[in-house]
Design a protein around this ligand. Structure first.
Ligand code: 6PG
Length: 471
């Protein structure tokens, strides 16, 4: 058995085991470590591939069998468990070794960990990994950030295991420090937005049109075979066919309408507020996950709060087509909000991000992969400093072609009391963004009135204050 492995993986849960096997499939040797002997055994039972791989529960054996300078990939839960593993392994490492956190850690924690390990000469990387179990095994999208020279050592492995689109690997060096985890956080914020938008189309198909699960399946399948094609639409279409083994009903209909979250969507929105970048579709998506948990209140309010009467006269095919366009337009605005945040963060945190490259590595392997990312990459190719995708003539035009349908859908939802806040927020985003005038002059006046916060004028530079009680 080879005793010098190219890479070590700590944490042999589904993601860790699948990444280890993926690495071995591509001719690199890898050893895994887990405290849980069952997980170690699971790796041992895997059929052998072209490169050697193994697993142990002994940290010292694990470290001693890694080729120097060492490369260790961590797939342990973010937060306290990750810090515990770092405390255990750091004394066994030497300057020049590289540790890569492949979990969903908060980017500010990544900056702190990088600084701490740098004191010992150890390189620390934060790397976003997207694609779930299947991605880890067959090709994820990887978002690494950290020291550029250290990255060169692991680049061949990551390029080999990442998903490929047009023969190009869905991984690229993103930038210094926490840039990898930052980009993954925004990826997840976009993921939340897209999932909520799709859920809202489902709400209308079910509540306004009373479509059956088979019909929902067919609609999403058709959308996925059009310019809307995306991984999330593909899995959504398949979800409607899955049968529940217990009740033999469709599984979707026995799943509780309460959605959990691990926090990355919320972090995106919190950070967007810090950086003062509007991401209202993402905010609405996080709020709706929160709303879903108020299920007892919702049931009570359903009987106590008044809503409009439901007397529809929809033409089914027409409404489905409007929904399709409303979804596509809103989804472009969701990417626009995420990319706008990345553009601001790139300067603010001095990440020097390449947005075209980011759009390209999101074309395959990750949860938000979609045909439109090709067009997004092209938009940043044409104009790398683009602050908002809506200013790209092509993408802005694609949204413009659909704004009327989005408006119709929002009107229908408002008239009949259907909650579709992510679509409503997307439409307001569109309208706010194209407003040459916003009533912020009144906000300025109010602030100056009650707090003497001063205001700026349209005809003169400087800050002004008025005595508002004098007419
Ligand atoms: C991915 C996913 C992955 C994870 C989400 C789930 O890119 O593969 O984003 O990272 O499934 O973090 O997030 P929530 O539990 O918050 O929905």
């Amino acid at each position: 058995m080879k005793t010098e492995y190219d890479m070590g993986i700590i944490g042999l849960g589904t993601m860790g085991r699948n990444l280890l096997l993926n690495i071995a499939d591509h001719g690199f040797s890898a050893i895994g470590l887990d405290q849980d002997q069952n997980k170690v055994n699971l790796v041992g039972h895997e059929p052998k591939t072209i490169a050697s791989f193994g697993a142990t529960h002994d940290l010292e054996i694990f470290v001693s069998q890694l080729r120097k300078p060492r490369a260790v990939l961590l797939l342990v839960p973010a937060g306290e468990p990750l810090d515990r593993v770092l405390d255990e392994i750091t004394p066994l490492l030497v300057p020049g070794d590289l540790v890569i956190d492949a979990g969903n850690s908060h980017f500010k924690d990544t900056d702190g960990r990088e600084k701490n390990l740098a004191k010992k000469g150890i390189c620390f990387f934060g790397m976003g990994v997207s694609g779930g179990e299947a991605g880890a095994r067959k090709g994820p999208s990887l978002m690494p950030g950290g020291d550029a020279t250290a990255y060169e050592r692991v680049r061949p492995i990551f390029e080999a295991i990442a998903a490929k689109v047009d023969g190009k690997p869905c991984v690229t060096y993103l930038g210094p420090r926490s840039s990898g985890h930052y980009v993954k956080m925004v990826h997840n914020g976009i993921e939340y937005g897209l999932m909520q938008l799709i859920a809202e189309t489902y709400y209308l198909m079910k509540s306004a049109l009373h479509l059956s699960d088979d019909e929902c399946h067919a609609v999403y399948r058709e959308w996925n075979s059009s310019e809307l094609n995306s991984y999330l639409l593909e899995i959504t279409s398949k979800i409607f066919l899955k049968e529940d083994e217990k009740t033999h009903k469709r599984l979707i209909d026995v799943i509780l309408d309460v959605a959990k979250q691990k926090g990355t969507g919320m972090w995106t929105c919190q950070n967007a507020m810090e950086l003062q970048v509007p991401v209202p579709t993402l905010d609405a998506a996080v709020a709706m996950r929160d709303f879903s948990t108020f299920d007892t209140d919702r049931k009570q309010a359903n009987t106590s709060l008044i809503g409009p009467a439901f007397n529809p006269s929809f033409k089914r095919a027409e409404l489905i087509n409007q929904l399709k366009n409303a979804y596509y337009g809103s989804s472009i605005m969701t990417y626009a909000q995420g990319m706008g945040l990345l553009q601001k963060a790139s300067t603010f945190y001095q990440y020097d991000l390449n947005l075209e490259a980011i759009a390209r590595i999101w074309r395959g392997g990750c949860i938000i992969r979609a045909g439109v990312l090709e067009e997004i990459a092209s938009a940043f190719h044409r104009m790398p400093e683009l602050t908002n995708l809506l200013l790209d003539p092509h993408l802005g035009g694609e949204v413009g072609k659909r704004e009327n349908d989005l408006r119709n859908i929002v009107q229908i939802a408002a008239s009949f009391g259907f909650p579709i806040p992510a679509m409503m927020a997307s439409l307001s985003y569109y309208d706010a963004y194209r407003s040459s005038w916003l009533p912020a002059n009144l906000i300025q006046a109010q602030r100056d009135y009650f707090g003497a916060h001063t205001y700026e004028r349209i005809d003169q530079n400087g800050s002004f204050h008025s005595d508002w009680d004098q007419p």
